[in-house]
Write a protein that binds this ligand. Structure first.
Ligand SMILES: Nc1nc2c(ncn2[C@@H]2O[C@H](COP(=O)(O)OP(=O)(O)OP(=O)(O)O)[C@@H](O)[C@H]2O)c(=O)[nH]1
Ligand SMILES: [Mg+2]
Length: 403
């Protein structure tokens, strides 16, 4: 730099720090460690959650899961929470990917709490991470905190159901919630855009916080991209586990109908490509960081607060004497001048006085009881002695008569 020769030594030094390299340094640190990304699918049964996972795997993780396991899945309803793991590596960047398939709900007459197991699962992962973090060794933390939850909405063309609203409200306080309209091939483009609009209105009216990609004002292209994604929400998706031939004779992922083919990877048919890129490319890091900084932090703060109030309650109920802190003279001095300590000392003295009083009265009562018992026994003894005396007299009388 031309001005560097005339600049002050401090300035020259500061120019060498290389602040502009920080993003690259961060990238290097992250890429060395790799990342763990956990995605959950949730929603009513039969909406294509398992099929979606397999669609995502077909396109992105094809070499990482067994085909047999993949084919079994779509046929059967999911009956329990199931974790599918895979490892992705691209340009030395490793991602450990966990996809959590969940059983659909909404089949029962009373569906209240039917989604509770999902909420518990998310909370349990935060809890488990928090406990592992508090251990002395934190090298092998098993992290299954959910970074994004895709919530599947039935393509009714009307609006959100009360069960969807209830469930989404619970989920959005714990996880990055991304609503998706399932089976987008069953709605016409007009029906789809009206449906999206109605869902967005309900989400806003019900104050459901859905994930919103951050808009980077310094980067025009990424800001435009983020705005596009926000406008597309809720994403319309098509899932398919099979390849079909299109009009050109190419094999593509899609669903074949008498009226034509619904293509999964065609942006004029559905938003699958945009959603996949949000999850696995453009917004993965943001989903991970916002989970850490927002959802995990608020869970942690809530738990800490809960523990604090529990321990302060048990302290106030505790009948045992508070521990006396061993102190050196200087500490003693400091503590004695401390109003807090004086208050504690006062409390301790009162506690002792009360305790001594109670013990004394207990002793007095005990003493009285002993005296009463002694008197009773003495009386009994007197009565027995009297009886003996009378019997001896009778014996004497009888022996005199006998003579
Ligand atoms: N038309 C259409 N059908 C789909 C789509 N995705 C999945 N299906 C079909 O919907 C049915 C249910 O799919 P699943 O993936 O098992 O649904 P699920 O949500 O996992 O169901 P549960 O595990 O019971 O909650 C299957 O017959 C799929 O082939 C889609 O995008 N469009
Ligand atoms: Mg399923």
């Amino acid at each position: 730099m031309a001005s560097a020769a005339t600049a002050s030594p401090e300035l020259q030094y500061s120019e060498l720090v290389g602040i502009d390299n920080l993003p690259i340094q961060r990238y290097k640190i992250v890429s060395k460690k790799g990342a763990t990304f956990t995605l959950m699918v949730a929603g009513e049964s039969g909406l294509g959650k398992t099929t979606f996972i397999n669609t995502l795997f077909q396109t992105s993780l094809k070499n990482h899961i067994e085909n047999s396991a993949r084919h079994q899945k779509g046929i059967h309803a999911t009956v329990e929470i199931d974790v599918v793991r895979a490892e992705l590596e691209e340009k030395n960047f490793k991602i450990r990917l966990n996809v959590i398939d969940t059983p659909g709900f909404g089949d029962n007459i009373n569906n209240k709490n039917s989604y509770q197991s999902l909420i518990d699962f998310i909370d349990d992962q935060h809890d488990s991470y928090m406990k592992q973090e508090q251990q002395p060794s934190r090298n092998n933390i098993h992290d299954l905190r959910v970074h994004a939850c895709l919530y599947f909405i039935r393509p009714t063309g009307h609006s959100l159901k009360p069960l969807d609203i209830e469930c989404m409200k619970k989920l959005c306080t714990r996880v990055n919630l991304i609503p998706v309209i399932a089976k987008a091939d069953t709605l016409s483009p007009k029906e789809m855009s009206d449906f999206k609009q109605r869902i967005r209105a309900v989400i806003e009216a019900q104050d459901i916080k859905i994930y919103s990609p951050p808009i980077d004002l310094d980067d025009q292209t990424s800001a435009e991209h983020a705005k596009d994604l926000i406008q597309l929400m809720p994403f319309a998706i098509i899932g398919s586990e099979s390849l079909v031939k299109n009009l050109k004779g190419d094999l593509i992922i899609g669903r074949k109908f008498p009226w034509g083919i619904a293509e999964v990877e065609n942006s004029s048919h559905c938003d699958f490509l945009k959603l996949r890129s949000l999850l696995l490319r453009t917004n993965m890091l943001d989903l991970i960081l916002s989970t850490e900084e927002l959802h995990y932090e608020s869970y942690r703060a809530f738990k800490m607060e809960e523990q604090k109030s529990l321990s302060s309650n048990s302290d106030s109920n505790n009948d045992s004497i508070p521990p006396i802190v061993p102190t050196s003279n200087s500490i003693n001095q400091r503590l004695q001048n401390n109003p807090l300590f004086r208050k504690d000392e006062e409390q301790l003295k009162n506690y002792f006085t009360e305790k001594v009083k109670t013990e004394e009265s207990r002793f007095r009562q005990w003493e009285q009881n002993i005296v009463n018992e002694r008197n009773r026994l003495n009386k009994d003894l007197e009565a027995v002695q009297q009886q003996i005396k009378e019997l001896q007299d009778q014996i004497k009388e009888l022996s005199v008569k006998k003579k």
